[in-house]
Each structure stands twice: as structure tokens, then as C-alpha cells.
Design a protein around this ligand. Structure first.
Ligand code: ZN
Ligand code: FE
Ligand code: FE
Ligand code: ZN
Length: 269
């Protein structure tokens, strides 16, 4: 059943990841309040190999996550989807393909949060930025993003230009040159990219990704969707008016909704 929606919020965390707050039902309540008629919980996927344990639910708490979302879906005033934010990391192919296949997700977000062993968007590791070559770091990031798209495991690329979080950014010509191969693979894989408004809450004060990258994506016929990356209930639908105008400025007329990992194109409000 497809209910009419305005802008779906497809990037929402829960307390199970260890760094988000509030009750899951309060995220739903905020959605109702703000007139967001469809949301997707996408908490950080477990990684039994021990990758980045501070930022994710454990494999033991995963069944609780399923239960929480299922129970919220019953008689919900908004359409609630069941998703996951799954990182692309060294060793993820030993776990993710089989594990994802066993789940009944509506959406799988794909994220790169690490370059080599460095959690480059972690505020506690921020000082490392002053000792690295910014352009080379971004180049590595886009190579990883390209590899992520090549796995075919994910539906959506989260926060496509996350390395800008603290304001470190190469010249535009370099960004275009290094992003292009990744964007081509994203297009080939039929993935969407997310307009993630959490960047506006970070030092960079910008939506992920930039207008430049969105225009490149548009020219490759890549689809988009919207996310707030909420880690507390009040952030549901955060600055979605700005995400919407950015999407339109980049030339988009539609956005992607999902159900059981199938894309449904919907006109922008
Ligand atoms: Zn998080
Ligand atoms: Fe993320
Ligand atoms: Fe997230
Ligand atoms: Zn995220």
C-alpha cells in the first residue's frame, strides 16, 4: 500500500547504537508533529568482526531492533520502514552479503566512515586532518565509495561527501575528477544518493552532498532520497525545506521511495 507522502526521512538512528538518544516512539511522534508521513529507521548495523564497536548495535541486540521497529509499525500514524545503515569496511564482505540476505529490510544505506584505520568523521579523531593531505584523503574516500557501489549490496549512498564535515575540502576541479568514477558506479548499480541534512548541524554547515556533486549525479540520472541522520527525536525532518530546494536547484523533479528494497519514483513536493 502506497500512501501519499511529502518528503520521506530515510536516515534515523536509535539508542541501540550507543550514541543516539530518546525513545524510538518519540521519533515517530516528531514525524507526526512535523507532517513527515514516512520514515525509515536505519540504525548502525552490527559488525561481528569487531569493526567500530562504539558506534553500532551488537549482533545480540539486533533482534531487539527488529522488534522495536515491528511494534512501532503496528497502527502507526506514519508509514514506517525498516532499514539499516551498513558501513563498507575492510572485511565487511565476510559478513554483510549473507547477513543482509537473511533480513527483510526496506532500505540498506551504504556508508564509508573509515579511511584505513581512521574514523575520519569522528570528532575525537578530528585533529588527524591537520596531518594528512586533504586531496589524497578525499581521493581514497571516493575510491572506497566506488568499491562500495561495486559490491551491489546497498540501495543508497549516505552522506556522499562526508569528508567535508569539519571543513576540509580540495578544490572543486579535484572533487569533480575524483568523484566521477564513483558516481558512474553508483549510477550503474542503480543506487540513490541521500540528501543528508545533518551536515547543516556540523562545522561545515552544508547539506551532504554539495550542489556540485548533486548536479553531477543528476547528469548521470542518479536518483535521490532524503535523510536527517537523526540521533535524537527532535532532528526528524531537520531542515528538509533546505534539502528540498537544493534538490530542485540541482535539477531533480522526483525522489526515490523504497519498499522491500525496490525503488518507487515519486514527484518532489
Ligand atoms: Zn550514528
Ligand atoms: Fe553515517
Ligand atoms: Fe547515520
Ligand atoms: Zn550516518
Amino acid at each position: 500500500m502506497l500512501v501519499p507522502v511529502m518528503q520521506s526521512d530515510y536516515h534515523i538512528h536509535t539508542f541501540l547504537c550507543g550514541h543516539a538518544s530518546g525513545k524510538p516512539e518519540d521519533y515517530v511522534a516528531t514525524a507526526v508533529q512535523k507532517g513527515i508521513t514516512e520514515i525509515c529507521f536505519t540504525d548502525h548495523a552490527p559488525a561481528p568482526c569487531g569493526y567500530d564497536p562504539e558506534n553500532r548495535m551488537t549482533i545480540v541486540s539486533f533482534p531487539e531492533y527488529r522488534k522495536i521497529v515491528s511494534s512501532l509499525q503496528k497502527d502507526s500514524p506514519v508509514n514506517i520502514l525498516y532499514g539499516i545503515e551498513a558501513d563498507f569496511y575492510d572485511g565487511c564482505m565476510d559478513f554483510l552479503p549473507a547477513w543482509l540476505n537473511e533480513q527483510d529490510f526496506d532500505i540498506v544505506l551504504g556508508s564509508v566512515h573509515y579511511i584505513d584505520k581512521w574514523g575520519f568523521d569522528d570528532p575525537r579523531k578530528r585533529s588527524i586532518w591537520s596531518s594528512v593531505d586533504i586531496t589524497e584523503t578525499w581521493r581514497k574516500y571516493f575510491k572506497l565509495t566506488q568499491q562500495m557501489a561495486e559490491t551491489g549490496l546497498y540501495d543508497v549512498v549516505s552522506h556522499l561527501d562526508l569528508p567535508k564535515k569539519f571543513g576540509h575540502r580540495p578544490p572543486e576541479t579535484d572533487i569533480m575528477e575524483m568523484a566521477e568514477p564513483a558516481l558512474k558506479k553508483i549510477a550503474e548499480a542503480g543506487m540513490s544518493i541521500e540528501l543528508n541534512s545533518s551536515g547543516l548541524r556540523r562545522p561545515v554547515k552544508e547539506i551532504y552532498p554539495s550542489l556540485l556533486l548533486l548536479k553531477m549525479a543528476r547528469s548521470l540520472d542518479i536518483t535521490i532520497c532524503f535523510g536527517s541522520d537523526s540521533h535524537e527525536p527532535c532532528d526528524i525532518g531537520y531542515c528538509f525545506d533546505e534539502s528540498l530546494s537544493l534538490a530542485k536547484e540541482a535539477g531533480f523533479t522526483h525522489y526515490a521511495r523504497y519498499a522491500k528494497r525496490t525503488k518507487i519514483m515519486t514527484p518532489l513536493p
